[in-house]
Design a protein around this ligand. Sequence first.
Ligand code: CUA
Length: 149
Amino acid sequence: MDKSEKLALILSGALLVVFFGAIMYAAMAKDIDVPTCITGMDPFTTDTLFQTGPDSYELQMVARMWAFQPSTVRLPVGSTVDLYVTSQDIIHGFKIEQHNVNLMAVPGAINYIRVTFNKPGEFLYACHEFCGAAHHTMAGRFIIEEGGL
Ligand code: CUA
């Protein structure tokens, strides 16, 4: 084997270790997770928000041309939300500002991610897939309040 081939192999192996380490660091230390597509649950048609524990909630979000339901969600600071997103018509996007949430809203499917709101304030969520004439109006907001609801 040529010396340069050996060097390329060693560098490739080292890069694999670095990339794997970066993925493990993101998953373990930064708690960054990949959104999950839920397969064992029928797509819902109405939005729902309910409490599942002292600081935890489940939110089922419905996207349709050209709004999200619900359009406003009020929660106390420190809430952890199991967020399920689906669409009633075409493909939309769902992104929450200042949070690591970026999902697709797909008709006939449900996407899931867990998000924690550690700061009070208003956080816009918006569609990030061009979905037609009123795409730019498709938004809502989380209102995260101090001291509970
Ligand atoms: Cu929905 Cu853009």
